[in-house]
Write a protein that binds this ligand. Sequence first.
Ligand SMILES: CC(C)(COP(=O)(O)OP(=O)(O)OC[C@H]1O[C@@H](n2cnc3c(N)ncnc32)[C@H](O)[C@@H]1OP(=O)(O)O)[C@@H](O)C(=O)NCCC(=O)NCCS
Length: 211
Amino acid sequence: MPVILEKKYENNISLAVWQITESHDELQAMLPSEILTDAELASISHPQKQIEFFCSRLVIKHLANSLDIKYLGIKKDENGKPYLAGSKWQMSITHTSNYVAAVMHHSEALGVDMEKPSEKLKRIAHKFLSETERTEAESDIEKLCIYWSAKEALYKLYGKRKVIFNENLYVFPFLKKQVKISGKIKINDINEEYIIYIEKIDGYILVVAGK
Ligand SMILES: CC(C)(COP(=O)(O)OP(=O)(O)OC[C@H]1O[C@@H](n2cnc3c(N)ncnc32)[C@H](O)[C@@H]1OP(=O)(O)O)[C@@H](O)C(=O)NCCC(=O)NCCS
């Protein structure tokens, strides 16, 4: 399972992207039983989902090792937002069929998402983009994918349910060649801007959102 990209952004967010090459059993053997409990394993029935689950735990374990943090496993809060057991470090995970990516920061909430541009995004654009954003996106599937992934990453950063993507999450206008853009979460008493980093990997768009 080679790490194909590992980097630290200027705001101290660490990113690792892992390419999935191992079999289900090889991956399972890499996770000690005190980290991967029988109950966790039993909660995921589909073998492909188990592979994604193993890989995301392994990529976080890898990042934790690089950052010299003790890795005691991942737990979920009542909204499904993952957090590192016994640590104040913040984290986020995304998986695709071929890759998993994880980000960590010592204190600020953050989000990561990885998607492939697809025609489907044109059909659902009205559900996740405001009028202004739709005009900006110009039905370009790469731009639409950046908008979608940026909003998924902002959603993961916020971590709570009841977010209306085309009202509560905003991505400021950008050019496709930009590697750093910005966005906003406006919900209840929160009105905060965030930095959004963009990576292009093997036809995928990977987006990292943080302070
Ligand atoms: C939860 C959600 C963000 C996951 O995104 P996804 O593209 O399906 O899957 P990804 O692989 O990118 O991310 C999965 C990871 O998200 C994380 N996640 C789940 N719920 C989360 C939450 N509330 N906050 C932060 N992260 C969360 C988990 O760590 C999960 O990985 P794990 O199960 O291995 O721990 C997505 O399913 C979702 O609910 N989105 C919001 C609702 C929505 O899409 N609305 C549509 C508006 S048009």
